[in-house]
Design a protein around this ligand. Structure first.
Ligand code: SAM
Length: 231
């Protein structure tokens, strides 16, 4: 479902003053260069996150699904890197009011003249029937929000034909065996949508369990982890 998309810039050209006004009128999660001299003032250091991911330099001809896309930085970056089809999905944020209402995505989509497809769809609704299959699936900053992490990962596996790029919070890395820390009632950063901190061994084990054939740890620092999981 498309909500409040701005006009196609091919028919209504982006007017820099109007863009500056739109960007200044809201809070941003992602830091996105929209062109026209405008960069969104994101609270997230998105370009730094991009460096952790070992994001493919070229996505020429690839299909990419960005799950939990928020303001859409990684979806737009995939498009910029040549992806033939990019789908950005989210639900929690895009249905809320304020910083995460999905309007940031729409403003960036308009300013960039993007063809990224926006899908207001929960992780639980993602399947080959609802969105199709993708060469690359981005699952960044979402796993620890899952009440049932294995279920979320099964949905990711079901639509991934090549590589899942997963970034997550971790905990319990002083344990070698797979384990997860549970955060009741917003115990992690006061955010009640944070539920689980799996350790690195647990992230790897869950990915193998849902069907991935090869899991590579790409980057790890303090509690953050990036892995690439291949079919
Ligand atoms: C921390 S943001 C990450 C945004 C982006 N993927 C990134 O890495 O910069 C988490 C995103 O996951 C989405 N999400 C998916 N499932 C969720 C859930 N069960 N609880 C909360 N957020 C969820 C949110 O709507 C939000 O856009």
């Amino acid at each position: 479902m498309l909500r409040h998309l701005l006009p196609d810039p091919a028919s209504v050209p982006v007017e820099p003053d109007r863009l500056r006004e739109l960007v200044a009128g809201r809070e941003w999660f992602h830091t996105i260069n929209l062109g026209h001299g405008v960069i969104t003032p994101g609270i997230d250091d998105t370009p730094a996150k991009l460096n952790w991911l070992d994001f493919p330099e070229s996505l020429n001809g690839k299909s990419v699904l960005d799950v939990g896309s928020y303001d859409g930085y990684f979806a737009f970056e995939s498009e910029r890197r040549g992806a033939a089809r990019v789908v950005a999905s989210d639900k929690h944020c895009w249905e809320s009011v304020g910083i995460a209402d999905g309007r940031g995505f729409d403003i960036a989509h308009w300013a960039l003249g993007s063809k990224v497809e926006k899908r207001l769809i929960s992780v639980e609704e993602i399947s080959p029937a609802s969105v199709g299959m993708f060469d690359v699936v981005l699952f960044l900053g979402v796993l620890y929000h899952a009440q049932d992490p294995m279920r979320y990962l099964r949905h990711m596996f079901s639509v991934c034909s090549e590589t899942l790029i997963l970034e997550t919070h971790t905990d319990g890395n002083d344990h070698d065996e797979p384990m997860m820390v549970f955060y009741p009632k917003g115990a992690l950063n006061g955010d009640p949508s944070n539920f689980w901190g799996p350790n690195v061994a647990c992230v790897e084990a869950m990915l193998y369990e849902v069907g991935f054939g090869n899991v590579e740890v790409i980057w790890q620092k303090a509690t953050r982890l990036v892995v690439h999981a291949h079919r």
